[in-house]
Design a protein around this ligand. Structure first.
Ligand code: ASP
Ligand code: MG
Length: 410
């Protein structure tokens, strides 16, 4: 089998862990598999490097930041190859550019465009374990780029797709994908499997276990993906196209703390109002998530929506600057909120799910500020002080066995 194994920063944080991971990689190679390993920078290296740059210049150029950040992964791969050699395994390390990973030119957030697999393939032919630096590529000017935070997942899935690997294993410090964040919801359970679509929703709604882009790519190229722990031999979670929907209709819940809401009060109740408002924001590259419009009173109505916390100051500034043109009375905002979402492919065919969610929140005495739904998810905005309580109430409602039974009955 050809297997791509990706190890995150915490899995290679120090010499002891690099050594353990090296033994694990070596064992997979000894079984006769061809192994391509993708590594992140050790521990907090990426953050430390960013900090060093900021000490010198708060507006470091994105090209130079990429030169700097890419060294984190380069250290990891060289150390891993050195460790593998020490154990007697044949191995070679390759940077993203050496591995033929071609990306778009946008520094700091480049996208993988193509992978020239010749070098990797020939190293595999020579029986080498190939260790590739994650999170990086080369652009058409020959400069090194990085793929955005958490980008090593994307490197791994892209390599698995390009090499037609039989399996892509993402090793991390938890045992797989959970029904909720176990640090907040102690009763959270590890899932045996989850569909690409559900994983995509969970990743983009704030579950940090896989980078969103890597899941998009896995779906597009139908990569066999598994998330598992580098510290244990537990089975992990399989991410794939179709999964058996068991008794519960929800795969998991996610919480996103990076949200803020803005309410624009008293805009004209006539065609074109929403268009002008959101056009003003999109010109500033501010993306808007949940939108709520009140029923109009005579001549006016209110429009509320959410943005990321980073975008909040800019959004407020640009709206106030255009107050007359947009014609609203006043504006208010709130950044002490979170977005709680439940995700599940079974929800499309199960009308009971929304009411179960609202019931759980009601029983917990939690007020809902906004609601948004799609085929496979329901999100609610709530006060950040309610966040942990809400997650636990909702999780219990959906995942205790009695709850599963009551959905199945509907
Ligand atoms: N080292 C990079 C980061 O910390 C990439 C990664 O870990 O996937 O974001
Ligand atoms: Mg990292």
């Amino acid at each position: 089998m050809l297997i791509v194994q990706k190890f995150g920063g915490s899995s290679v944080a120090d010499a002891l862990r690099v050594g353990n991971v090296a033994r694990r990689i070596g064992a997979a190679h000894e079984k006769g598999n061809k192994i391509v390993v993708v590594l992140s920078a050790q521990g907090d290296t990426t953050d430390d490097l960013l900090h060093k740059a900021r000490e010198l210049n708060s507006r470091a150029s994105s090209r130079e930041l990429d030169m700097l950040l890419s060294t984190g992964e380069q250290q990891s791969i060289a150390l891993m190859a050195i460790a593998l050699h020490g154990l007697g395994y044949p191995a070679v390390s390759l940077t993203g550019p050496q591995a033929g990973i071609h990306s778009s030119s946008s520094h700091g957030n480049a996208r993988i465009k193509s992978i020239d697999t010749e070098r990797i393939t020939s190293e595999l032919e020579r029986n080498n374990i190939v260790i590739v630096a994650g999170f990086q590529g080369i652009n058409r000017y020959g400069d090194v780029t990085t793929l955005g935070r958490g980008g090593s997942d994307t490197s791994a899935v892209a390599l698995a797709a390009a090499l037609h690997a039989d399996l892509c294993e993402i090793y991390t410090d938890v045992e797989g994908v959970y029904t909720a964040d176990p640090r907040i919801v102690p009763s959270a359970k590890k899932l045996d499997e989850i569909s690409y679509d559900e994983m995509l929703e969970l990743a983009s709604l704030g579950a940090k276990v896989l980078a969103t882009r890597s899941v998009e790519m896995a779906k597009k190229y139908q990569v066999n993906l598994i998330v598992r722990s580098s510290m244990s031999i537990a089975e992990g979670t399989l991410v794939k196209e179709e999964v058996n929907v068991e008794n519960t209709y929800i795969s998991g819940l996610a919480m996103d703390k990076n949200v803020a809401s803005i309410s624009v009060i008293g805009v004209m109740n006539k065609p074109g109002t929403a268009f002008k408002l959101f056009q003003t924001l999109s010109k500033e590259k501010i993306s808007v998530d949940i939108i709520l419009q009140s029923i109009g009173r005579d001549k006016t109505k209110d429009i509320s929506f959410t943005v990321t916390k980073q975008d909040l100051p800019n959004a407020v500034r640009v709206l106030m600057a255009n107050k007359t043109a947009l014609g609203f009375d006043s504006l208010s905002f709130d950044d002490k909120i979170v977005k709680l979402s439940v995700v599940g492919a079974g929800m499309a065919t199960n009308p009971g799910v929304a009411s179960m969610l609202f019931e759980a929140l009601y029983n917990g005495g939690i007020n809902i500020m906004m609601i948004s739904t799609s085929e496979i998810k329901i999100s609610v905005l709530i006060d950040e002080r309610d966040a942990d309580n809400a997650a636990n109430c909702v999780h219990t409602r959906f995942f205790s066995s009695a709850a599963a039974f009551s959905v199945a009955q509907q």
